[in-house]
Design a protein around this ligand. Structure first.
Ligand code: ADP
Ligand code: MG
Length: 373
């Protein structure tokens, strides 16, 4: 039994610290996939192919055609806080990449078996490396841990196997493989909508046909139609709104904040269903500076707009992309970067809600008008 009085404070073992830290970032296969997708997008990939076994718990493999990783960087690739994306603290306020902390691959190497095959354009062959607990390891007894030359295309393939093999409580907290696979598809579907110029493919290992497959020619509304179906696709309204400041042109979603020295400048674009579409639950895709995030306050504000338009119990589909000056956003508030904090959130939310409201009202007017003529 526990003695009275305090127990001594002891330093945790390094490997335990790393495993605990990893658990904050990698919750389940879908959170690992989100990090891997973001790495591929950061590497400017135009094709991302994912293969999954047992909901990603047995195998999660992602192949991209991005810039690849230099062979000389492979020894520190899976170390914590090693990154090619951030050099100084002030870079955090100019971030144009998803990654910045160098924790994702490190985390995965602490809770799963991880291997990497990568080739840059200037490499004459690809290199394969195996990792465990942050460092290169030999794949088999008697071999060295050094990366081995192999055949491969330009780009990077990362293979994560036996996720949480060494953290049994985390493993037992996961749902069945079909639910975990559904979450993987959900994350991929959302990134595929937001990145219509990139082709995404997701399939189960050994299965002949993918569950998700996009081709890189469409725009966001096409991608929504393709991935969420025609019933939503044909009811989509496009809403654009931005900070309108003297001297700065508004409604420029594709040249939003760069170049103009105003940290309070922002723009937003939504594709959302009109009064004719009714779902049981709101489907809400929110991107802030291209990052897939959650915001219960923005969601609530938009739902309350729809509650004035849709019958009770009916919900919309809403895709919303907000672009804000990176200086006004703090992305470093949540271990999985699932939430962000940004300047003027209430004002921006209100302006977006109002714009959606106007579009919905305008839509119902035009219906009345059509009816009268
Ligand atoms: P971060 O993305 O925060 O930098 P990660 O642990 O996710 O940290 O990745 C570490 C580094 O590995 C990245 O900075 C990048 O240089 C490299 N990297 C990871 N994935 C890829 C990829 N798919 N293609 C090219 N480089 C990659
Ligand atoms: Mg990353």
């Amino acid at each position: 039994s526990r003695p009275a009085g305090p127990l001594p404070i002891q330093r945790l073992h390094e490997s335990l610290i790393n495993r605990i830290a990893a658990g904050e970032i990698i919750h389940r296969p879908a959170s690992a996939l989100k990090e891997l997708l973001e790495n591929s997008l950061d590497a400017k990939a135009t094709s991302i192919r994912v293969t999954v076994k047992e909901g990603g718990m047995k195998l999660l493999q992602i192949q991209d055609n991005g810039c690849g990783i230099r062979k000389s960087d492979l020894p520190i690739l899976a170390e914590r806080f090693t990154t090619s994306k951030l050099k100084s603290f002030s870079d955090l306020s100019r971030l144009t990449t998803y990654g910045f902390r160098g924790e994702a691959l490190a985390s995965m190497s602490h809770v799963a078996h991880m291997s990497v095959v990568t080739k840059t354009k200037s490499d004459s062959c690809a290199w394969k490396a195996y990792y465990s607990e942050g460092v290169l390891i030999a794949p088999k007894a008697g071999q060295t841990p050094d990366p081995k030359p192999c055949a491969g295309n330009d780009g990077t393939t990362i293979t994560i196997e036996d996720m949480f093999y060494n953290t049994p409580t985390r493993l037992s907290a996961l749902r069945g493989s079909s639910e975990e696979y559904a979450r993987i598809l959900d994350v991929m579907t959302k990134y595929a909508v937001h990145n219509p110029k990139v082709s995404f493919l997701c399939k189960k290992a050994g299965s002949p046909s993918p569950e998700l497959s996009t081709s890189p020619s469409s725009d966001i509304s096409h991608a929504i139609r393709l991935l969420y179906g025609h019933a939503i696709g044909k009811e989509l309204l496009n809403v654009k709104v931005s900070s309108s400041r003297a001297g700065s042109p508004s409604n420029q979603p594709d040249s939003p904040v760069d170049g103009l020295d105003d940290p309070e400048r922002w723009s937003a674009e939504a594709y959302c269903t009109g009064a004719n579409y009714q779902a049981k639950k709101t489907v809400f895709l929110l991107f802030i500076n291209h990052r897939l995030v959650e915001s219960s306050s923005i969601k609530r504000a938009i739902e309350s707009v729809y509650s004035g338009v849709l019958p009770k119990g009916a919900s919309p589909f809403v895709y919303l992309s907000i672009k804000i000056d990176p200086r006004s956003v703090d992305v470093n508030v949540h271990p999985t970067k699932r939430e962000v904090i940004f300047l003027n959130e209430e004002v921006i939310t209100e302006r977006i809600s109002d714009a959606i409201q106007q579009k919905l009202v305008g839509q119902s007017h035009s219906r009345v008008f059509e009816y009268q003529t």
